[in-house]
Design a protein around this ligand. Structure first.
Ligand code: CMP
Length: 137
């Protein structure tokens, strides 16, 4: 059993896609082990995306992530890190496979509705960044 961090980003929340995205995960047999809504501070968003701090899009990414509330979730299931990435689709919605969350609803590389951890190492960091042990069921 594996865990990963999922975020419904401000564009997903503003477009009222919270229910749709959760439906996709649950229909795929993935369990929601923790969930909360939060307005990230600049400091929290910068810390979360610190691996991208040298990238040219870092400033805009942080602005976007603090532009409205997000939904933070811990997803649980077999091989859930890779499965979640498949379900989300490629970062760029133009390259995302048909039927994936990003192909269906994302509008750009930045405004791409969801985030998902890309490895076990980042899943551990990202889950612990937003959740304490007692919040995970
Ligand atoms: P995410 O999976 O959350 O990981 C890093 C985020 O940076 C990514 O989704 C996008 O929202 C954003 N991102 C990645 N590449 C680009 C890019 N080339 N231009 C703008 N934003 C990007």
């Amino acid at each position: 059993m594996q865990r990963t961090l999922s975020i419904i980003k401000p564009d997903g929340v503003a477009s009222r896609l919270i229910g749709e995205v959760i439906r996709v995960f649950e229909s795929a047999g993935i369990r929601i082990a923790a969930i909360k809504m939060k307005q990230l501070t600049r400091r929290e968003a910068e810390g979360f995306y610190y691996v991208h701090k040298e990238r040219p899009f870092f400033g805009e990414l942080v602005e976007f992530m603090i532009s409205g509330p997000v939904v933070l979730m811990v997803l649980e299931g077999d091989n859930v890190i890779a499965r979640n990435r498949e379900i989300m689709g490629a970062t760029d919605p133009a390259e995302a496979a048909p039927g994936t969350i990003r192909a269906r609803w994302a509008s750009s590389k930045q405004n791409n509705i969801v985030h998902g951890s890309d490895s076990e190492e980042s899943a551990n960091f990202e889950i612990n960044y937003f959740f304490s042990q007692i919040e995970i069921c």
